[in-house]
Write a protein that binds this ligand. Structure first.
Ligand SMILES: [Zn+2]
Ligand SMILES: [Zn+2]
Length: 348
């Protein structure tokens, strides 16, 4: 089969190759990939800025159809339309797995990062990660299930939204746009999606299409954002901040915007080992910080419901469509922020 591989460590070392089609073992299914999305993580792996385990097939966001089934799999049939959570090789037996968090298992090998991923004609995965796609969701819509599950995990499972909340989301990439929609679906009253001038052409246009309020902090400054939150909350401050930008100035600004007892959901990675942080301010405001990593099965169930009920839309995030051979164009578009999600139409 055709597959987009990271063949070795270092910058680049990415190419389309022919590799043997895997066959599913005990408890596994083989999925024929339909649509796969390019994520910032893939670009980071291209540059070797994100820990990875080559040689591997890249890609972790996709939808597909079950092609064949290994022994001991009862829940699925050939032809089922499916998506998969990204916790392969989680042991299921350690304390953190038993608490229901396979996303944190030390034995987990995330697909497309430490094990073979979905930028290929087929991907083999454990059946216990697989979720059926409801009939009213297309393969394209479902291909963004992984980032939607990550956003659902951060906003809903970790942080939670209360009716009437004012939510400020930093970082209008796919996770930020999806997190804003999850907050809206969970009855947040006001949502402000904060970005910079670089975000205006494509990412803010996508947010606009989804009816989300955007704010360019480079244009209005921190004071402008503060004024907007003051207006929305009668000077109380934001109930919730979602940090999906990885920008250190956004983290500092977000903490400042929080009200007393406010909550912050953090999924952005800064690439730094240490940050100066307004510790005493956080103590005096008694804020709660929720650091969020990947997703668990219940997030996938909830996210599929949100999609099926049309409370969240993923299609407007798909800005470009490519063949697998055009992978470099797709990576470039994402890197230059000219795309929210470029997708590969592999089986479609
Ligand atoms: Zn991703
Ligand atoms: Zn485990």
């Amino acid at each position: 089969m055709k597959a987009l591989m990271k063949t070795a460590g270092g910058v680049g070392k990415v190419r389309v190759q022919h590799v043997p089609t895997p066959s599913p073992g005990q408890g596994e299914v083989l999925i024929r990939v339909q649509v796969a999305c390019v994520c910032g993580t893939d670009v980071h792996i291209y540059y070797d800025r994100f820990a990875n385990s080559p040689p591997i097939i890249l890609g972790h966001e996709f939808s597909g159809v079950i092609e064949s089934i290994g022994t001991g799999v009862e829940a699925f049939r050939k032809g089922d339309r499916v998506v998969s959570a990204n916790n392969p090789f989680a042991c299921g037996a350690c304390a953190i797995c038993k608490r229901g968090y396979p996303n944190m298992c030390p034995q987990k090998k995330a697909m497309g990062i430490h094990s073979d991923g979905c930028f290929a004609e087929y991907v083999k995965l454990p059946a216990n990660l697989i979720h059926r796609i409801p009939d009213n969701i297309s393969f394209e819509e479902a291909s963004l299930m992984e980032p939607l599950a990550v956003a659902t995990h951060a906003v809903s499972h970790r942080c939670s939204i209360e009716q009437g909340d004012t939510v400020v989301v930093f970082g209008p990439g796919a996770i930020g746009i999806l997190a804003a929609q999850v907050a809206r679906a969970e009855n947040a009253k006001n949502i402000v999606l904060v970005g910079t001038t670089r975000d205006e052409a494509v990412r803010f246009a996508c947010a606009d299409e989804l009816g989300l309020e955007t704010l360019n902090i480079e244009k209005v400054g921190k004071e402008g954002l503060q004024r907007r939150i003051d207006d929305l909350t009668a000077h109380a401050g934001a109930d919730v901040v979602v940090e999906a930008s990885g920008s250190t100035s956004a983290i500092a600004c977000g903490l400042e915007m929080l009200r007393k007892n406010g909550r912050m959901a953090i999924s952005g990675i800064t690439g730094k080992t240490k940050l100066p942080i307004a510790w005493d301010q956080m103590v005096s405001k008694a804020v709660s910080l929720f650091f969020c990593y990947s997703s668990i099965n219940s997030d996938w169930e909830k996210a599929l419901d949100l999609l099926a009920d049309k409370k969240v839309q993923t299609l407007p995030l798909i800005t470009h469509r490519f063949e697998l051979e055009q992978w470099k164009d797709a990576f470039d578009k994402l890197e230059k922020l000219e795309a929210v999600r470029p997708v590969f139409q592999i089986g479609a």
